[in-house]
Design a protein around this ligand. Sequence first.
Ligand SMILES: O=C(O)/C=C(\C=C(/O)C(=O)O)C(=O)O
Length: 296
Amino acid sequence: MSTDLLNYHPAPRTPAFVAPVGAVDAHCHVFGPAAEFPFAGERKYTPNDAGKAALFALRDHLGFSRNVIVQASCHGKDNAAMVDALASAGELARGVAVVDKSISVTELQSMDRAGVRAVRFNFVKRLVDTTPWADFLAIAAKIEPLGWHIVVYFEAPDLAELTPLLQQFNCPVVIDHMGRPDIAAGVDADGFQAFIALLQDHPNMWTKVSCPERLSDLGPAADYADVVPFARTLVERFPDRVLWGTDWPHPNMTSHMPDDGQLVDVIPQIAPTADLQQQLLVDNPMRLYWSDGASR
Ligand SMILES: O=C(O)/C=C(\C=C(/O)C(=O)O)C(=O)O
């Protein structure tokens, strides 16, 4: 099944930046292959296949050691492709699942044994239909005994509306892609300052300083320089509550397909010291996803 969506970069460059030992790509996906893992009927886009073998080859090429594989909306609540990739990776991958409020404790325990450590609540309207908050609260209550956390994906204009829901979660809450700030407005704009205040006021809230390619107006020719101040601000303000990911295979990118090696080379600009890089790429993701040791 091929689509007119862009394919992932066929030959990303070898990064100049050497990641610290044990570095984790904390936001990536596997798509299909559709012949084995069909995409969800309710999906709002149909990506090209991007399977586990290509993801793991990219991990090694970029000099990383582990992956956190995040369920994307194109697979809906069928986490089979992601769980299959976890089984192949063993201790080198953890997962973030999308589930329905009806999920059973037995199903959650099976996912936990497979390496899943979080659920994802997606609020991006062009990706998913609206889910009642009561459903999210019911899911949050079910995962609490497992020690899982919650990953959320929303766009900046929805921050104020969603804050009362996010505040009800007691577990760590990891916000994808810095809450997708309006880069052109600048770091001092009210929207980004509100995002900073959210993390400042809620010690259980984290964010991924990922996806400059989605947010930048300057693009790859400028190494996404306009996004760097946003990510660097968050890394320096909340060094123990930030994660980084490639977002491979980069769903729904239309302006260009990023070179994953170039994305890695942006890291030292957003985390300018070895200590910040260690926290961002190793300590923080290991604490959040591998703190239980070899539980399977
Ligand atoms: O389409 C986007 O805006 C980007 C993403 C899409 C999803 O996460 C998804 O489909 O669940 C991404 O950043 O992963």
